[in-house]
Structure formats: structure tokens, C-alpha cells
Write a protein that binds this ligand. Structure first.
Ligand code: FMN
Length: 327
């Protein structure tokens, strides 16, 4: 377990996206970016197939497990499990506005129940030495003044949470789909910057609409860290320069060709364990974005990668498309 995690650049938790195969790919691109799992609910972890939700490759460190839930004792148990499983951080999701999540009384709707969130954090901290962090929004519904954000942060901070990841837009719990809630409410980076100014002792990580490392670097003038979601998934190579920014790690940036070859070897190992090719190659779609041959690369992966029995030769064929376009 690293003594303190470097949080300058993180990739956001994204359901159906940041599974272990995606994270392995991201790790081939950047060694120091902090990675997050998809959200796992406390119920799923306590009663479901734990290994399926939790297993990861040792190369994925530093790695945070994101939990969804609202029962302090359940979350505490999950935090202890996360530590046993080897995670580096446990994060609580107080930002997701989907109906499924609201009916389970967790996610963004818990911004209206700061004391409950504080109780969850306290219970989790009592059961793990891992950092317990909270990912939240700047507000929900009509609780969208800066003071409402403070009313949420203060008790949770008093319960011992010292790291907040703040998606700089509010969520409408009724009327907007989760997807709309990621683009329609306007971004207010100033609120997150103000939070950092008022609580210099807290680690504040900003999230929402940050699409380039240059934009991330500009944010680091105001906050401790930047979490990138969609841009890192759709165009993962933007993370290639992240290590220099995070750790002044001047090791040569990996090139896309090397990354895809290393991922091919990874996929080969996992095919042998029964993972379907497409479950892995779907995360490669954005790797060559903007490069010659990118479209043909994607086409091969999507057309051939989903066929029953598709094997590693599909990745080889896809690589030949970018090689061919270059020469
Ligand atoms: C497909 C998808 C799935 C997401 N799933 C989660 C999730 O499981 N937990 C969470 O806290 N946020 C989730 N989010 C929100 C992201 O973590 C992030 O807060 C949001 O996308 C804004 O950052 P961005 O503009 O950099 O993408 C998801 C976002 C997307 C696009």
C-alpha cells in the first residue's frame, strides 16, 4: 500500500467502461494515473460473486474501489474487504443520479443526507486503514447554492474524510437521465476552486468536462487533482504524457503500437481463461483516435472481434490496418 497516493491525475469510475480490462489498457499508457473501478454496490459485494467484482491485475495499482451504498455497517464491511483484496483506496459514490441508484437510496440523492454520509465514512474508516474518499457533485435539485455544498462537506469532513472528488455540476434527480446529468447542468469550476481555498487542508480533486492534459494542468493551479472520465475513455492516449505531469517521470512515453502489442499479449492470456475477445478489445476503440488507419482499426475490432470464437488474430489484423495506413 503506497503511503500516500498521488492524486494529480485520476481516471473516473465509469460503469460498463472502467472494468479490469480497460484499466489494464490505461495502465499501459500511464503508470502513475490513479485508476477507479466501476461502482460496486455494497449489496452486490456482500451477497454476489465477489471475485468477479473485485479481481484485478497487480499492474493496475494504484487502484481505488468505488462503492455505492448507504448502510454504514455494510459499507464498513465492504471497506474491510477492499483492503483485504489489495485496493489502495475506497471511494463512496455520492454523485450518481440514476433511478436505480436512487431507489436504493444511494448516489447523488445522499447529498441531501450529509449526516448519513458522515456515518458511512466514520464506519468505513473504523474498519480499514485505506483512505476513504467521497465523490460528489456541487449540488442536487434546488440544493445548489455554495452553502449547500458546504453543509454537505462539513459533517463528512468532521467524520474523517479528507479527500473529496467534486464533479463540478449539480444533478437533477428528476427529469434528466444520467447521461443528460453529465452534460446539461452547467459546470461551475469556481465552486470547486473556492472549496479548496476555504479548506486548504482537504485534498480536493476536480471532475467534469476536462478533456486534455493541458486543461488538467491549468486546473492544478487551483486544486490538488483532476479526475478525467469520458475523454480518457474515448481517447486514452491523452494520458500518455500524464506521468511526466504527475511525477516528473521522464521515462519515454509509450507509443500506441507498443501499447496495442502489449494489450494483445494480455488479451491472449485472458482468452485462455475464457474471457471473450470483445470484452477486452472494445476498450481499444479510441486508442488510435486521429491517427491514419484508425477507422479501419476500429472496424476490424468491431466486426471481427464479436464473432463467436474470435481470437487474437483479430488484434493482429487490426494492427496491420494502422501499419498499412502509415507506410
Ligand atoms: C458511462 C459512464 C459511467 C459512469 N459511471 C459512474 C460510476 O460508476 N460512478 C461514478 O461516481 N460516476 C460515474 N460516472 C460519472 C463519471 O465518473 C464522471 O463524474 C463524469 O463522467 C464527469 O466527468 P467527465 O466529464 O470527465 O466525463 C459515469 C460516467 C459515464 C460517462
Amino acid at each position: 500500500m503506497p503511503a500516500t497516493l498521488n492524486r494529480k491525475i485520476a481516471v473516473a469510475p465509469m460503469m460498463q467502461h472502467t472494468d479490469r480490462h480497460c484499466r489494464y489498457l490505461l495502465r499501459l499508457i500511464s503508470r502513475h494515473t490513479l485508476l477507479y473501478t466501476e461502482m460496486v454496490t455494497s449489496g452486490a459485494l456482500l451477497h454476489g460473486d465477489r471475485a468477479r467484482f473485485l479481481n484485478f491485475d497487480a499492474a493496475e495499482h494504484p487502484l481505488a474501489l468505488q462503492l455505492g451504498g448507504s448502510e454504514p455497517q455494510e459499507l464498513a464491511e465492504c471497506a474491510a474487504i477492499a483492503e483485504d483484496w489489495g485496493y489502495d483506496e475506497v471511494n463512496l459514490n455520492i454523485g450518481c443520479p440514476s433511478d436505480r441508484v436512487q431507489s436504493g437510496r444511494f448516489g447523488a440523492c445522499l447529498m441531501a443526507e450529509p449526516q448519513r454520509v458522515a456515518d458511512c465514512v466514520a464506519a468505513m474508516r473504523a474498519r480499514t486503514r485505506l483512505p476513504v474518499t467521497v465523490k460528489t457533485r456541487i449540488g442536487i435539485d434546488d440544493r445548489d447554492r455554495y452553502q449547500d455544498l458546504l453543509d454537505f462537506i462539513e459533517p463528512v469532513r468532521a467524520a474523517g474524510c479528507s479527500v473529496f472528488i467534486v464533479h463540478a455540476r449539480k444533478a437533477w434527480l428528476q427529469g434528466l437521465s444520467p447521461k443528460e446529468n453529465r452534460s446539461k447542468p452547467p459546470l461551475h469550476y469556481d465552486r470547486v476552486h473556492q472549496l479548496k481555498r476555504e479548506f486548504p487542508d482537504l485534498t480536493i480533486v476536480i471532475n467534469g468536462g476536462i478533456e486534455t492534459l493541458a486543461a488538467a494542468q491549468a486546473q492544478l493551479e487551483h486544486v490538488d487533482g483532476v479526475m478525467i472520465g469520458r475523454a480518457a475513455y474515448n481517447n486514452p492516449y491523452i494520458l500518455a504524457a500524464a506521468d511526466r505531469l504527475i511525477d516528473d517521470d521522464a521515462a519515454a512515453e509509450p507509443n500506441r503500437r507498443t501499447i496495442v502489442e502489449q494489450f494483445r499479449d494480455y488479451a491472449d492470456r485472458h482468452l485462455a481463461q475464457g474471457v471473450r475477445l470483445h470484452q477486452m478489445t472494445r476498450h481499444l476503440m479510441g486508442l488510435f483516435q486521429g491517427q491514419p488507419g484508425a477507422r479501419a482499426f476500429r472496424r476490424v475490432l468491431s466486426e471481427q472481434g464479436q464473432r463467436p470464437g474470435a481470437g487474437i488474430e483479430v488484434i493482429e489484423t487490426a494492427i496491420r490496418q494502422v501499419d498499412g495506413a502509415r507506410s
